[in-house]
Design a protein around this ligand. Sequence first.
Ligand code: PSU
Ligand code: MN
Length: 304
Amino acid sequence: MRSPLQVSPEVSAALAAGGPVVALESAIISHGLPRPGNAAAARRFAAALRARGVTPATIALIDGVPKIGLTPDELERIAADESVVKVSSRDIGIAMARKATGGTTVAAASALAARAGIAVFATGGLGGVHRGAAQTFDESADLTVLSRTPVTVVSAGVKSILDIPATLERLETLSVAVVGYRTSRFPAFWLADSGCELDWRADTPEEVADIMVARRALGEQSALLVANPVPPAAQLDPAALAAALAAAEQRGIRGKGVSPFLLDRIREATGGISVGVNLEIVLGNIAVAGKIAQAFAERTGGSR
Ligand code: PSU
Ligand code: MN
């Protein structure tokens, strides 16, 4: 059967040539960043990769078609259209049948990226285990999908709105490999250091690419998470974040609305500062992902 994925000509050409490609999710555009600034942010993410000679592959569902690489119009639609749905991995088939347009989470986008043969994926922060998950069972499908998706994900750890130690335990259980990028501590998205120790660190893109090559030789089917902290000078004021978290904790939201809701409450509580830091974090992850994709392409000719 023909693949239902539609890979853009630009991404197809880069993959065929064995060039560096970095996949990007789009739920952060449709549901993570406030309108209207999210459209410019989405363009900046793609431009930052092109400026480094890396091909961006933004992933989304457009009228039911899973697209790997978006046109400028499609990117604009994901950012501007309020009817765009948040698509996690379990939603992909339903959204296809319904011809829905959706922003893809890390879970959905990394699964689609791996199917398209893309080795490196950049995002802001992963979903994870929510606080109180022992009662609510709220744990992002990002974790379970990464346990069976052979892709390298660059993220600033997981957000402080989550239960970070529990998230690290689940990543271990699920066999997702975690490497700190120039750090031995797991970052906490808006903060450079969550206080949680990591077993492994890598200090260069080449070291990460060597790990990817070894994992590929093993036939490893789980993801490698590269945890890249925000520069300490750019991080949110920990006191402001603590106050924002306290405000966000009184929530009456369930299901896939929880992450967007908490992000919005933190934006309000920090007077919008969290949004600028969020952008900086994504751009930092994109820069590292681009270098890793280049080092990996040099070693393998780009194939996953
Ligand atoms: N990180 C951000 N902003 C976001 C998200 C993560 O900085 O919007 C999104 C990602 O798309 C991630 C999703 O995959 O939140 C997790 O949502 P949930 O907890 O519902 O699985
Ligand atoms: Mn959830």
